[in-house]
Write a protein that binds this ligand. Structure first.
Ligand code: SF4
Length: 441
């Protein structure tokens, strides 16, 4: 006979991977919390541990397997979900005793596995859950996921085979979630998806009503709606399609932040074609110049892959020259790494690791110079920042051009009576290659 449980069941969560996976973790925890489960910050105190895995690169898979191993060792009751869950054999061959393996976005299955491992208490505890759900990010900023999956088929990526084709959330649901976040005190919303500029393509831009006004499920309308909320709104994972031009006036008017995160990955037409990148035929340099004309304060952040199969010295030089002309503000760079199951593995002419390293170093040298010059040009200027952390001797903050975790910081020498989430004006006193140093005005 099952005994009535006297104590609140506790769940531990290890969340790996990108912000999209983090949002999945938040949804799972929100559901469990609403059912009366408590959260445990360590393995010991947890009745069951969920490991949300990342399967994007082989190195990420290893990290995921290590995390499963640690949770198995320390706790023993482990449920695996996330991108790696799409290939359960890889997990089960190493950890045959995990309680369950579910794929990405299979929230119900994860919650079901938790119920089986540790049944919920009968009291619903619904009141314990705030309307905006539970967040793993600090209270003043939050990720807002607008769609799942992706219609593109980039040759180095297996996300579409793991997460399926694009499924956009109805725009009125997204706006409602954003409003709840703002009501709960969020001061910065980070819009994420696999391809933000494709938002609504799958539902043929279906119109929806929100508070008496009609919005189409599309990027432009979303930007306009979020721009009315009076908080910072930052757009991630946008591709350089012509319709992106239309949001520049909103950025210039500060309805949304003058910041755009575009994973260009390369500039050479040959490499982009081999990568099967979306918008690879667009004239991106012209587009970037046009954006800067319409929104002079625009920060463009991007990521690049060097040493992709078939990348010639000519392609690479093309990329460096493109970088010198595009003068992007924030840039990350990766050396190409084959991902099991990706089409790019079958391409001829893989690049030797020492050439990849050499190209990576040359790339970073060029970008560092650009980044440093751009930050130097800000010295003496007054800019807006959002405060992330306050300490006795100052504060860590970010400018409109810095997304949390991935971009630079603005270090404040004195922070007076400010608190996390405050948006204030500061004067920039100094800069290094990636960060700024400033004082409140
Ligand atoms: S846009 Fe390309 S890289 Fe991004 S998720 Fe889709 S297929 Fe993968």
């Amino acid at each position: 006979m099952k005994q009535a449980q006297a104590k609140t069941p506790k769940v531990g969560m290890v969340s790996l991977g990108c912000p999209k996976a983090l949002v999945d973790s938040e949804r799972i925890l929100t559901q469990l919390r609403s059912e009366g489960y408590a959260l445990s910050a360590n393995y010991d105190g947890a009745d069951v541990v969920i490991v949300n895995t990342c399967g994007f690169l082989d190195s990420a898979k290893e990290e995921s397997l290590d995390a499963i191993g640690s949770a198995m060792k320390a706790n023993g009751k482990v449920i695996v979900t996330g991108c790696m869950g799409a290939e359960p054999e890889q997990i089960l061959s190493r950890f045959p005793n995990v309680l369950a393996v579910t794929g990405p976005q299979q929230y119900e299955q994860v919650v079901g596995a938790v119920h089986e491992a540790v049944p919920p208490l009968h009291d619903p505890y619904v009141d314990l859950v705030p309307p905006e759900g539970l967040k793993l990010t600090p209270r003043h900023y939050a990720y807002l996921k607008i769609s799942e999956g992706c219609n593109n088929r980039c040759s180095f990526c297996i996300i579409p085979s793991l997460r399926g084709d694009l499924v956009s959330r109805p725009i009125h649901h997204v706006i409602a979630e954003a409003e709840n976040l703002v009501k709960a005190g969020v001061k910065e919303i980070l819009v994420i998806s696999q391809d933000t500029s494709a938002y609504g393509v799958d539902v043929k831009y279906a119109p929806q009503k929100w508070k008496g006004k009609e919005y189409q499920t599309r990027f432009q309308d979303l930007a306009e709606a979020l721009g009315e909320l009076g908080v910072w709104v930052r757009m991630h994972y946008v591709y350089p399609y012509p319709h992106v031009d239309q949001v520049m006036p909103l950025m210039n008017d500060r309805k949304i932040l003058p910041y755009i995160d575009i994973p260009f990955q390369h500039a050479s037409p040959n490499v982009l074609k081999n990568m099967r990148r979306p918008a690879h035929q667009e004239k991106t340099l012209e587009r970037i110049h046009g954006w800067r004309r319409d929104c002079p304060d625009l920060t463009i952040r991007s990521t690049f892959i060097v040493g992709f199969p078939g990348e010639t010295e000519e392609d690479f030089t093309f990329l460096l020259n493109w970088m010198r002309e595009a003068r992007l503000d924030r840039v990350g760079c990766f050396k190409y790494e084959p991902v099991a199951g990706a089409k790019a593995n079958d391409l001829p002419d893989h690049i030797a690791p020492e050439i990849q390293q050499e190209r990576y170093d040359r790339f970073m040298e060029v970008q560092q110079e650009i980044s440093s010059a751009k930050l130097q040009a800000k010295i003496g200027k007054t800019i807006k920042v959002i405060i992330d952390d306050v300490a006795e001797d100052g504060a860590d903050a970010r400018s409109e051009g810095d997304a949390p975790e991935i971009d630079g910081k603005v270090y404040l020498r004195s922070a007076g009576h400010f608190k996390a989430g405050d948006i204030i004006s500061v004067t920039v006193e100094d800069a290094d290659d990636y960060d700024l140093f400033a004082v409140p005005v």
